[in-house]
Ligand binder design. Structure first.
Ligand code: SF4
Ligand code: SF4
Length: 388
């Protein structure tokens, strides 16, 4: 008999292969190769196990999930098992026939990401020529197939001045939900932080753009807005708290409390190839490490928000101060907060900045840039001390 309530949803990273090369990709720097990926049967078995413990939704993601030729089989199985399916896709590999096949297989929802409002900058950011126009075509096919559409807009210093036009574009494609998300700085986003982090003025302007668009689009589309951590006063309740509501399964079957958790060295994440999902969720050492509030240091331990934001993001705490058990430095009560905000402000002033594009070919460079050794140990905290 399980003591933990089940996760609400699973993020199933079917693959790390992807034709795009977004510099803010939330995939880990250490990308899984195709030969490591779970088989069709293993993914279907995972969904059976998930349904058995009460999971209601699976987000089929990647990388780019449509590189998997068995996607329709996985969707069909999920429908039979009774799990709601959301396809999170860059869309560039889809054609109309495949969209229709996925709808016929029982897919419930599609989320397409856009990099900008115009083809030139969008294709430069995504590192994929022709991607933007293809995405627009796929969005139309998704709606024609009767599937609900969410448009995901990841924003940063190099596209924030187009945010109004991006929202307008999403609304014109009949997206009922528009997700405006500032880049989260771990994985490839951390490697490219200096090229992506916005200025304070850009963030303030974006807040106004979103507020205006929300009012204008009321009744037509809902806008979700993920604010940037580095300029925040209090952190987000990352994943609703560590190992409380969500889990991620990597292409090779590792089960994580969030998609970036494998960036934290010293935690052993188990695989569904070795242990049943229910046991991992309930009692895996890595899941129990930061679950609840017992692990918290001060100031979280005695803070009245500790069961609201759960101390923020463990991956960000590790990435920025080298200690996954620290208060998230996005919190104004963290002793590191002022340094982080100053760092963001300093990096945002450096100019446009070129990207280290995300790809299998650039993993070594990204590993070096993020200070990781091959066995994932990070010798020093990623944030240098303030000058002077
Ligand atoms: S963020 Fe970009 S590179 Fe990463 S999986 Fe999505 S589309 Fe591919
Ligand atoms: S001190 Fe901890 S619990 Fe309190 S607001 Fe900051 S991160 Fe949240």
């Amino acid at each position: 008999m399980s003591l933990m309530p089940p996760p609400l949803a699973i993020l199933a990273e079917l693959t790390h292969r992807c034709p795009l090369r977004c510099p803010y990709c939330s995939n880990p720097v250490e990308l899984a190769r195709a030969r490591e990926e779970l088989s069709t049967d293993e993914w279907i078995d995972l969904m059976r196990q998930a349904a058995a413990i009460g999971v209601l939704q699976v987000h089929l993601s990647g990388g780019e999930p449509t590189v998997r030729k068995d996607l329709e089989q996985i969707v069909t199985a999920a429908r039979e098992i009774g799990i709601y399916t959301n396809l999170i896709t860059s869309a560039v590999l889809l054609d109309q026939a495949r969209v229709e096949a996925l709808a016929a297989a029982g897919l419930d929802h599609v989320q397409i990401s856009f990099q900008d409002s115009e083809p030139g900058p969008a294709d430069r950011i995504g590192g994929y020529a022709g991607g933007h126009e293809k995405k627009r075509a796929v969005a139309a096919w998704v709606r024609a197939a009767g599937l609900p559409l969410t448009v995901n807009l990841v924003v940063h210093r190099q596209n924030l001045s187009h945010l109004g036009a991006m929202i307008e574009m999403a609304a014109s494609m009949d997206a009922r939900r528009i997700e405006v998300a500032h880049v989260q700085y771990y994985g490839w986003g951390l490697v490219n932080r200096a090229a992506l982090v916005p200025t304070r003025a850009q963030v303030a302007a974006a807040d106004d753009v979103v507020a205006e668009a929300r009012a204008r689009l009321e009744g037509r589309a809902v806008i979700d807005y993920v604010v940037p951590d580095y300029y925040a006063r209090r952190p987000k309740p990352c994943m609703g708290g560590w190992a409380r509501q969500f889990l991620t399964v990597t292409p090779a079957g590792k089960v994580l409390p969030c998609h970036a958790a494998d960036s934290i060295p010293g935690l052993v994440f188990e695989s569904i190839r070795e242990r049943p999902l229910a046991e991992i969720w309930e009692s895996s050492e890595a899941f129990r490490r930061f679950r609840g509030t017992d692990w918290m240091p001060e100031p979280c331990r005695s803070c009245d928000r500790r069961e609201i934001d759960w101390g923020g993001c463990r991956c960000q705490a590790f990435a920025l101060v080298g200690d996954a058990a620290a208060t998230d430095p996005a919190c104004g009560l963290s002793p590191h907060h002022a340094r982080i905000a100053a760092l963001a402000a300093r990096e945002s002033e450096v100019g446009e900045g070129s990207f280290l594009y995300r790809s299998f070919a650039t993993v070594d460079e990204a590993r070096a840039a993020s200070g990781l050794t091959r066995d994932r140990e990070r010798p020093e905290a990623a944030v240098p001390p303030a000058p002077g």
